[in-house]
Design a protein around this ligand. Structure first.
Ligand code: PEP
Ligand code: MN
Length: 327
């Protein structure tokens, strides 16, 4: 919202009145003609425009054209093959970092299904930092993942690494994942959008919230049927955890932008002992879903073993999340 002041009005007096209403001023702009405009930040406070127009010192109020109109219009829920994410109960997304074999994904799916996991995850195409590290089993793994999920009534989420794989992933997955490293890959975002499926969009490890929302706008403007925004930790100066989980951004997207947010404490922390506490913190901040990596033999995992929980360790976390909702 842009608030233009009447001639002679005091910026600080109007700023105080706005703050009383729960609105704060992000910047003060002065036009060449001497008009003063207060740019008011988007807020969770629902304040009627006429109340602002009626404040002493305010000449007029206008709304700048939105930069991500489709994201703004999306709303807090996304339907993923009949599962409404963001409508109350926190959805649990779990599975191994990588799909390593048909037996491995079938075993893990069977072990985690009793904990109410709605989405089975697992990488078929893996974005690895080293070209010599395990790159995933590709198309074979997509079929293994689908079969394992179907055996337990779960939906499938898996990453699309390149434009060439969009067709194959769309055929097998209910929710297409765009990974952190690809959030800025606009050609991929367009191709994934054209698949007209719901998308789980990971925040780039160095993206501002605005860049993340604009990546969502790319997806929606090319046909995606809803975007779940996934916070997976950002890079900072501190390496005591793998990344820094930005719970402020989770609260901002949930409560101010009214968007569905998935929190991935596994990639955010890189260590299994912090996943439980941070999953609970994510739900408290408003997360619509939590994504957790699980492996039944973490010591031998092809990728991300140190952050994988054993299947049985998911039970207490699932119960804690359900208890939080019940309060
Ligand atoms: C993943 O979820 O498998 C993954 C590679 O995560 P990120 O893109 O967040 O690193
Ligand atoms: Mn991983």
């Amino acid at each position: 919202m842009i608030v233009t002041l009447s001639t002679g009005a005091e910026v600080d007096a109007v700023r105080r009145e706005l703050a009383r209403l729960g609105l704060w001023v992000a910047s003060v702009e002065r036009s060449g003609r001497g008009d003063v405009h207060l740019v008011v930040a988007k807020s969770s406070a629902a304040v009627d425009r006429s109340i602002v127009e009626g404040l002493r010192g305010v000449a007029s109020v206008s709304a700048p054209s939105p930069i991500h109109p489709l994201v703004d219009a999306q709303g807090p829920t996304v339907d993923v093959a009949g599962v409404l994410v963001g409508a109350g109960q926190t959805a649990l997304i779990a599975g191994p970092c990588s799909v390593e074999s048909e037996e491995q994904i079938a075993r893990i799916a069977a072990a985690i299904a009793p904990f109410g996991v709605r989405f089975l995850r697992g990488g078929a195409f893996k974005p690895r930092t080293s070209p010599y590290a395990f790159q995933g089993h590709g198309r074979d793994a997509l079929a293994w993942l689908r079969r394992a999920a179907d055996s337990h009534g779960m939906r499938v989420v898996t990453e699309v690494l390149s434009e060439a794989d969009v067709g194959a992933v769309t055929e097998h997955a209910d929710l297409l994942q765009v990974g952190s490293r690809n959030m800025h890959n606009y050609a991929l975002l367009k191709a994934v959008g054209r698949a007209t499926k719901p998308v789980l969009l990971k925040r780039s490890m160095a993206a501002t919230v605005e860049e993340w929302l604009l990546a969502g706008e790319y997806l929606l403007s090319h046909g995606a049927k809803g975007v779940l925004f996934c916070e997976r930790g950002i890079r900072t100066f501190d390496d005591s955890t793998r990344n820094l989980i930005d719970l402020g951004a989770v609260a901002l997207l949930t409560h101010v932008h009214r968007l569905p947010v998935v929190v991935d404490p596994s990639h955010a922390t890189g260590r299994r002992d912090l996943i439980g506490p941070l999953a609970k913190a994510a739900v408290a901040a408003g997360a619509a879903a939590v994504m957790i990596e699980v492996h039944d033999d973490p010591g031998c995992a092809q990728s991300d073993g140190p952050q994988a929980l054993l299947p049985a360790e998911l039970g207490p976390i699932a119960r804690a999340i359900a208890a939080q909702e019940a309060r």
